[in-house]
Design a protein around this ligand. Structure first.
Ligand SMILES: Nc1ncnc2c1ncn2[C@@H]1O[C@H](COP(=O)(O)OP(=O)(O)OP(=O)(O)O)[C@@H](O)[C@H]1O
Length: 219
């Protein structure tokens, strides 16, 4: 088989293999109950966008990568197989950020591993947000604080499920700025969005789920 016969994703995978450094996140033949992702090569600091019709399996695939749902296939982090991690250790490094975040205590600060002003301030919060009640949060505040909560755990990969769907333009920009900052420090992102302008701004790689299969499309 020559390189022209390879899908773009598999081609990138082979290029990455040749460079010696393992990808931050690598998928081979990942399959969950409703969809499959044949190949993904995501470098440190990289961002892959995922689109597809409602119900096509975007959330389920992200949950499968995070090991929140059962799946088959190979998932690697910095070259290490997911099987080498406990579920808890994997999910601390590969965090799934749901579109509708769950909160288990009424005090915001109880959810933050650290109160990090350099993350909270660009998202529009001061450190006293730790004392806020979760019940008072608007939808957009919940989304932004869920992002801050995830970043406080210093993940290696963040799986973002429509993180700006409920946000206005200014707040969307704040989320993109914070995630860009984190990418410069090596955080890798898989970003589900229907916003094509956002895809152009954020992602070098793009996948679309067609007939239950994530296919790479030209960037
Ligand atoms: N726990 C579950 N058990 C069985 N089927 C499920 C479960 N969760 C989701 N599904 C189904 O799997 C399919 C894919 O759902 P998923 O939430 O991944 O879609 P999506 O592409 O993220 O859609 P949207 O853009 O509307 O959020 C849907 O048909 C959904 O009804």
């Amino acid at each position: 088989m020559n390189n022209q016969e390879l899908s773009p994703a598999v081609g990138a995978l082979l290029v990455g293999e040749g460079q010696g450094e393992p990808p931050r996140l690598e998928l081979r033949e990942l399959r969950c109950a409703v969809a499959a992702w044949p190949a993904l090569f995501l470098p440190p600091g990289g961002c892959t966008a995922v689109a597809g019709p409602s119900g096509s399996g975007k959330s389920r695939l992200l949950r499968a990568i995070a090991d929140l749902d059962p799946s088959e296939g190979e998932v690697r982090l910095d070259g290490a197989s997911r099987e080498a991690f406990t579920g808890h250790a994997w999910r601390a490094r590969v965090i799934y950020l749901a579109a509708d975040s769950a909160w288990w205590s009424d005090r915001v600060g109880d959810h933050l591993a650290v109160v990090e002003p350099s993350v909270l301030a660009p998202l529009g919060f001061e450190a006293d947000v730790a004392d806020w009640s979760v019940r008072r949060l608007s939808t957009g505040e919940r989304s932004r604080l869920a992002l801050a909560r995830a970043l406080a755990l210093q993940p290696r990969v963040l799986l973002l499920d429509e993180p700006t769907a409920n946000l206005d333009a200014a707040t969307t920009e704040a989320v993109e700025t914070v995630t860009e900052q984190q990418r410069r420090q090596g955080l890798s992102l898989v970003w589900v969005t229907h916003d094509q302008e956002q895809v152009r701004r954020m992602a070098a790689q793009r996948f679309v789920i067609r007939d239950g299969v994530a296919e790479e499309i030209d960037s």
